[in-house]
Write a protein that binds this ligand. Sequence first.
Ligand code: G3P
Ligand code: MG
Length: 265
Amino acid sequence: MTSYPAAIAHRGMSTLAPENTMAAFVKCIDYNVASFEFDVDVIGDGSVIVIHDDKLDRTTNGKGGYYNKNFSDIRKLDAGKWFSKTYTFERIPELMTVVEFLNKQAMEANLEIKPSKSGDKLRESLIDGIIVSLDALQFKNAILISSFDMELLSEMQRRAPQYRRACLFESTDEPIMDQVNRWIEEAKKVEAEAIHPPHDDLTEEAVRAMVDAGFQVNAWTVNDLDRAAELGSWGVRAVMTDIAQDFPEEARQQRPISKPTVITD
Ligand code: G3P
Ligand code: MG
């Protein structure tokens, strides 16, 4: 029997609706996908918004950066029309709206903190805003916080250790096991529970080393079902994917964030 890792909808159901919008998160319900990934950064008034890029241009009708904007500017922007006319008027959500959605739908999510280039003061506001929003979570294990930015993760560890953390990494030219050893060391420093590696160079030995070191392994971004199954057979618990709708039902319904280990009867 093929054992797929859990499917985490990357930026929501991002091939069916505009990424990182409430429409993309609501689509998870239609397809019985229990968990999604989304990205957050901070704007000029300290609000925490859901967006991937550090510029507005690709996913909204706005232009340029947002570190000098207030939420009253951001809420005017259309974040859906670029994707299709059906989504005209879709807005950039605030983090708090996503938290309320998770509470209401009893869903779970991987919150990725972007490596914000907003400067020291706003980076502090980013952490403040995340903590205030997460404190409204009814079930704190419904969120796993990840980042490529180890400083921001370390700040979360210091200020709000109750929210579980995952270290995100990109590949380098080093041999994969050298990368893995470094990832494990970094993850230990911030007391992360999970490592989120890019899937491309992963081998069975690499996955087993992370699992044996006590980490959950959630790989990104896997848009091929055979590759997903292979990763699952090596011990990868979940994959971030743009095509969660194509995964088998059992992979969509799993809850790899609130139930990090596979439960076998
Ligand atoms: O969290 C996995 C993945 O989302 C990291 O890359 O650039 O899509 O946020 P990115
Ligand atoms: Mg992301």
